[in-house]
Every structure is written in C-alpha cells, then in structure tokens.
Design a protein around this ligand. Structure first.
Ligand code: CP
Ligand code: NVA
Length: 308
C-alpha cells in the first residue's frame, strides 16, 4: 500500500513512472467521450472517498471523472457534513473509512490532519492539497510542461508571487525531477525554508530574488498563483495585494523570459491580479492544459497507490 502525501516523500523513480503513465493514458483516450471507460477498467471494484474541507472545482471533478473512467466508484464528502467536522477524531475517521473504501483522497487545512489520516488509515491516502503543499497539481504541471517542451530536467522555472503551498510542491519537484527554480517575491512571503533546503540538497539550484524582471530573464517557464490562498485570513488580503502587486505576471515580465517560455498557473486565478488577461489568454499560456492534466496525472497516482 502506498500513500501519495508529497512529492518529496515519493521515490523519484515512482514519480517518473506516474508522469509517463499519465502521458500514456492521456494518449490512449484521445477522441473518446469523457464518460467512456478506459480499456481494462483498472479500478473495477474499487471504492474511492474524496473528502473536502475546503472548496474545489478541479481536484473534485478530475478525481471523480478519473476514477470513474477507470471503472472505480466514488463518493464526494464534505468535511463539514461528516462527524469529522463535529469533533470525531481524524484517527477514528481514518479507521472507520478504511472499513468502507479502498482509498481516501483528502483536501484539508493543516498538514498534520493529512498525516494523521495516513497514519491511521489501512488504505492509501492521497494529498488533495493542504496549507503546506499541493503535490497532485505539480504532477499534472510536469505532465503539461513535458508535453509542450520535452524533458523538464535542467530547465529553470521562475515562481513569481507568494511562496505558498503550490510553490512548496514546485520546490519538491525541482529536487526530485532535477530542474532549477528562482523564487521572486517579497521577503515576508518567502517559500518554506524546508522545501528550499530539500530542493538544494537534491542538487537543484534555488535562488531567491527580489527583482521580478531580473528573475524572469532566460526563464523556461513563469509560474504564479493567487495572492490570497484558502487558508490565508481575510484580514491579510489588502497587505498581501500591496506586497505582491510588483510580482504580477504581465507581458513585460513574459518578454524577459525565453521566447518559448510557458506561463503556468494552477487556477483558480484572480484575473488581472497575479497575472493579466493578456498573459493568461496569450500564446505562451498552458493553464487549461494544466487543468486537463489533473485528470490524467491523478489517474496515474490512483493506479500507483492501489498497485493496479
Ligand atoms: N488547482 C486546484 O486544485 O483547483 P481546485 O481548488 O478547483 O481543486
Ligand atoms: N494556493 C491556493 C491553491 C488553490 C488550488 C490555495 O491554497 O488556495
């Protein structure tokens, strides 16, 4: 049984196998209607619980559709409507759910909640985003980068904005897949030093730059995310906007990157805040491919977790 909790906690060979498997499954389905079953129905007989303690569009729909395409059955549960949201412990919830379902996907706030679920579940647990990381998103993003530009190894990515949960998973991926990452943002919103240390210890070059236009020079891809995440207090909104405005990804910043650089964003976006319409809808943007590839990448993750 394998949990998928974070990119830095998963063996690089397994990560590469999942990315390749996602590519292959995507190719095999070309032209099929979304509801058509995959050949071989690898998840036949499997029951999957998808638990959300935060809102979601992509994660929720892509896991649900992906599991069904592979012949599995799913249930989407809201944390608030479960006893979990009314005082039952995570450990007991994990033990109970393990008697009903074959895999648990959890989107939650604190990383500790996810880890406790994984510790006490007797079925695989997948991280569908915590305040600390978002590994499924970055697996999809690696599939996306590679389908447009070939192997990601040796490239230089620029993260512009908040050093948040998505940024941490990019740093984990830099270490595991062997690419470099420049962070550009205000000092108060620097990335998690543990994620920076992980990437560096694995041999990736990670630098922190305060000047966004200087950081963007020669980039293979520029990536950003919302300025206010779901776990950030509403009271921080105005301060974050003021601090992050200079790090908006716009045409001036994209012009500093390589001519074939990609623009990436996990979505949902706040258009004309962290990135302009011109960039989001421009020729270098692959944002909707990233969304589609959540489906293919997570199917590969589900298969790896279940060993099928
Ligand atoms: N990117 C992402 O995880 O989107 P959702 O919040 O819609 O799931
Ligand atoms: N950083 C964002 C990502 C949403 C997919 C958040 O946590 O809200």
């Amino acid at each position: 049984m394998s949990h998928f909790l974070d990119i830095n906690k998963t063996d690089p060979a397994a990560l590469r196998e999942m990315v390749n498997s996602a590519h292959a499954m995507k190719t095999a389905r070309k032209g099929l209607p979304k509801g058509a079953p995959d050949a071989g129905a690898p998840l036949a007989g499997r029951m999957i619980a998808l638990i959300f303690e935060k809102p979601s569009t992509r994660t929720r729909v892509s896991f649900d559709v992906g599991a069904r395409q592979m012949g599995g059955q799913t249930m989407v549960l809201s944390g608030k409507e479960m006893q979990l949201g009314h005082g039952e412990s995570i450990a007991d919830t994990a033990r109970v759910l393990s008697r009903y379902v074959d895999l648990i996907m959890l989107r939650t706030f604190e990383e500790a909640t996810l880890l406790e679920m994984a510790e006490h579940a007797t079925v695989p647990v997948i991280n569908g985003l915590t305040d600390a990381s978002h590994p499924c998103q970055i697996m999809a993003d690696i599939v996306t980068y590679e389908e447009h530009r070939g192997p990601i190894g040796g490239r230089r990515f620029v993260w512009s904005g908040d050093g948040n949960n998505v940024c941490s998973s990019w740093l984990h991926a830099a270490g595991q897949f062997g690419f470099d990452l420049s962070f550009t943002g205000p000092e108060t919103l620097d990335p998690d030093p543990r994620a920076v240390a992980f990437a560096r210890q694995k041999g990736a070059t990670v630098d922190i730059r305060r000047d966004p236009l200087e950081a963007a020079i020669g980039a293979d891809a520029i990536v950003t995310d919302t300025w206010v995440s779901m776990h950030d207090p509403e009271s921080a909104r105005e301060r974050r906007h003021n601090q992050l405005r200079p790090y908006q990804v716009n045409e001036t910043m994209m012009a500093r990157a390589k001519p074939d650089a990609l623009f990436m964003h996990c979505l949902p976006a706040h258009r004309n805040e962290e990135a302009t319409d011109a960039v989001m809808d421009g020729p270098q943007s692959v944002i909707f491919d990233e969304s589609e590839n959540r489906l293919h990448a997570q199917k590969a993750i589900l298969r790896w977790c279940l060993g099928v």
